[in-house]
Write a protein that binds this ligand. Structure first.
Ligand code: SF4
Length: 369
């Protein structure tokens, strides 16, 4: 399906709130963009320093994520300006529950990921190379323009792993910020400290998937590591940027109450008790089709465990209509934000406070830019 940019904008104008998955084909542009954060090595090799994989890449080869290539000793992004998915989503879908509730996020992704989670919901784009997916040509300036035209307060870098399209995300977020549009990274948190710090200068929010609380799970199920993700969370806290945590609960793999207790204690000790944590329901997909969807009773038990450890904002996700989708005041217990799925039914928070008892509710409640 080919669209001119004008037709594309018209589509959004007619259906501004409808979820849209488009693979567009604008005028192709095969220009390359040099990647940020790599160092040159002898014999035209390079070391990518964006994420803990620290791939060493020879001339004409690619790193693990498959979307950057060494050409003559320079490392290039092959996905700069080339999103393979674009949607206008409610911010609740990210999920970010304490970040401009009820607002829209223009959401983009490119091919590639620095992990391979066996339960990935977007494996058809995250586990493929740029040349294996259809993409459109949308440089940062056009993304910002589309965000304005679709009345999106935020651009979300999401679906696959934005860490691996860092340079495109960085340039887009910087340009968006100058126009008063925020940027949120929806990420696995598997990123090195320096790139994360630089990014936080321009982002307005982050969501981190904490996939489990054991190295074994990260190694066997995700081809990743837990420790760097925990380091990213501690870094986010120290940088004072808004962030929320999501934990997808998969039956038998990461649903033990001991693990949830350990995770909750770590969060409270290292990040504080006010960080929102979303425990979400797994559905069989990709390479884990032999396990059932997470029982709602398991999610409820896990939520109760996290609450009893002391976490103040604990949500259940992927169970539309569940009462644990709502935000409750941790002081007086009243409902502050009522949600059904991704819809906001009511939002009573006034100037970041509970209207009943004046308790400060942490979050981003008005446009930060
Ligand atoms: S971003 Fe990609 S190329 Fe760079 S270190 Fe990570 S996996 Fe390797």
């Amino acid at each position: 399906m080919d669209f001119s940019r004008r037709e594309f904008v018209k589509l959004f104008a007619f259906f501004p709130s409808i979820l849209r998955s488009l693979t567009l084909s604008f005028k192709d542009d095969d220009s390359l963009k040099e990647s940020m954060f790599y160092k040159k090595l002898p014999e035209k090799k390079i070391e990518c320093q964006i994420c803990p994989k620290k791939c060493r890449v020879s001339d004409l080869e690619r790193g693990y994520c498959g979307n950057k290539e060494n050409r003559g000793g320079k490392y290039y992004s092959l996905v700069y300006s080339k999103p393979c998915a674009m949607h206008v989503d409610p911010i609740e879908k990210k999920p970010l529950f304490h970040y401009l509730p009820g607002s829209r996020a223009l959401s983009i992704a490119t091919a590639g990921c620095n992990m391979e989670c066996k339960f990935c919901q977007n494996w058809e784009i995250s586990q493929f190379r740029p040349e294996q997916v259809r993409s459109s040509y949308l440089p940062p300036k056009k993304i910002v323009q589309l965000a304005k035209e679709t009345k999106s307060l935020t651009i979300a870098y999401t679906y696959t792993e934005p860490v691996v399209f860092y340079t495109y995300m960085y340039d887009t977020a910087k340009m968006a910020r100058a126009k008063g549009i925020g940027s949120v990274m929806i990420s696995n948190g598997y990123i090195n400290e320096e790139p994360m710090k630089k990014l936080c200068e321009i982002l307005t929010g982050v969501k981190i998937d904490l996939k489990a609380f054991t190295e074994n799970f990260y190694k066997k199920i995700c081809s990743g590591e837990l420790k760097p993700v925990l380091n990213t969370l501690k870094l986010l806290r120290s940088l004072n940027i808004w962030y929320e945590i999501v934990v997808l609960i998969i039956p038998t793999l990461n649903d033990s109450i001991t693990e949830i207790k350990n995770m909750s204690s770590w969060i409270i000790d290292e990040l504080g008790d006010m960080v929102p944590v979303h425990f979400t329901r797994f559905y069989p997909t990709y390479k884990i089709k032999n396990l059932p969807p997470t029982p709602v009773s398991t999610l409820e038990e896990i939520r109760n465990t996290a609450l009893s450890k002391g976490l103040k904002f604990v949500y259940i996700g992927n169970v539309p209509g569940h009462e644990a989708e709502n935000t409750y005041c941790p002081s007086c217990g009243k409902i502050l934000i009522q949600r059904v799925g991704f819809m906001i039914i009511k939002n009573l928070i006034k100037e970041g406070k509970c209207p009943y008892c004046n308790k400060v509710i942490p979050g981003v409640w008005s446009n930060p830019l």
